[in-house]
Design a protein around this ligand. Structure first.
Ligand SMILES: C[S@@+](CC[C@H](N)C(=O)[O-])C[C@H]1O[C@@H](n2cnc3c(N)ncnc32)[C@H](O)[C@@H]1O
Length: 212
């Protein structure tokens, strides 16, 4: 069997892939946020107002957040690729989060004054070029952008989930330091649904400090 066919074959038979099909999720990534949320209580605050889902395509994290929080005010999904809206409480922006005007555009689109998000999610993944250090460095830049977005748009007391990759120890320490400066607690986790061989893991950042 050619290697790309084998990859598709293996993936189709992979447990979380099958489960996502059965549960009506757009992708298996839904179980990553579900398992993280069950362990760390990302949405446990009495009132979850607005949620920003960075790099949201195809949209399974948005689906999970929407179904979990029936009284949520709104979810804004952002991605380079288009995503179909699933509810009138979900809006989508097709945008590069690295664009200089990104934060301003989010405020304009909602007509709200920053900060106003209760939770910021980032499952961002670069389109890999195959050049490992280039890919990891670009991924690190995306992560620093998410820190910047949290600084400007996340309410004090708010939470963030941020995907990261192992491979650049110095940059990873820099990122962790920036997150610890911004949040009351920072944890690292790899949910069971994350592919075993993949270098991805997640920073769980809780309780944004009032002054940072
Ligand atoms: C792993 S997928 C996200 C899966 C999503 N959490 C879900 O549950 O469906 C990573 C996404 O990051 C997006 N992405 C990568 N770089 C981006 C950027 N600079 N701006 C916006 N989206 C980006 C990609 O287009 C891709 O859809």
């Amino acid at each position: 069997m050619p290697s790309n066919k084998r990859w598709i074959h293996e993936r189709r038979h992979e447990a979380y892939y099958k489960r996502a099909k059965k549960d009506g999720y757009l992708s298996r990534a839904a179980y990553k946020i579900k398992q993280i949320d069950e362990k760390y209580g990302i949405f446990d605050a009495n009132e979850v107002g607005w949620v920003l889902d960075l790099c949201s395509a195809p949209g399974s994290w948005t689906q999970y957040v929407h179904d979990k929080n029936p009284t949520i005010e709104g979810i804004i999904g952002v991605d380079l690729q288009n995503v179909r809206s699933i509810s009138d409480r979900v809006s989508f922006m097709r945008k590069d989060i690295m664009d200089e005007d990104f934060i301003e555009m989010v405020c304009k689109a909602t007509g709200k004054t920053a900060p106003f998000f209760s939770v910021v999610l980032s499952d961002c993944a670069q389109k890999f070029t195959g050049a490992r250090s280039v890919d990891l460095f670009r991924q690190h830049e995306l992560s620093l952008r998410v820190v910047d977005v949290c600084k400007h748009l996340l309410l004090p007391g708010g939470n963030c989930i941020l995907k990261s990759f192992q491979g650049l120890p110095e940059e990873s320490r820099e990122l962790e330091g920036a997150l610890k400066g911004l949040f009351g607690s920072v944890f690292k986790t790899k949910p069971d649904s994350s592919q075993k061989g993949s270098p991805e893991f997640y920073f769980i950042c809780k309780d944004k400090k009032a002054t940072s």
